[in-house]
Design a protein around this ligand. Structure first.
Ligand code: CO
Length: 142
């Protein structure tokens, strides 16, 4: 199924790791005490989350706290508890990468890219086609 020659995310860089949390204060202070530096906080109302970004070398942690019970992150926490939620791979062009993924038979939660944290264009692949790991495709400027 995946033997074709074009690899959809070749050259991608690990952009951030998303961590689902029930509230932002305790984990922000925990990671700060570990030495990571918070660099931003933002509500993404359409996705029902508030996000804190912590710088970790060239990469980042993204703490995701649900704003309400309908948030997908609420459902995730109810099912699996707090913890690792997704990994984000930075690609040059989310739209074309998503297209190649769909063409190759990967399933996507987003059939179309949308705007995520920091105003960046993102799209999530369905963990059922990526070995149980939720993968976010992201690009630095859209
Ligand atoms: Co993310």
């Amino acid at each position: 199924m995946f033997e074709e020659t074009v690899s959809p995310v070749s050259g991608a860089k690990l952009d951030h790791i998303g961590i689902a949390v029930r509230d932002l204060e305790a984990p922000t202070s925990l990671y700060s005490q570990l030495g990571l530096v918070p660099s931003g906080r933002e509500q993404i109302v359409e996705q029902g989350v508030e996000v804190v970004i912590l710088q970790a070398g060239g990469s980042r942690l993204e703490l995701l706290c649900p704003l309400n019970e309908d948030s997908p992150v609420s459902k995730f926490i109810a099912r699996r508890g707090e913890g690792l939620h997704h990994i984000a791979l930075e690609v040059e062009d989310v739209r074309s990468t998503l297209g190649v993924c769909l063409e190759k038979g990967y399933q996507a939660i987003d059939k179309e890219p949308r705007i995520g944290a920091g105003g960046r264009l993102i799209a999530f692949l369905d963990p059922r086609s990526t070995g149980g790991v939720l993968i976010e495709l992201t690009q630095s400027s859209s």
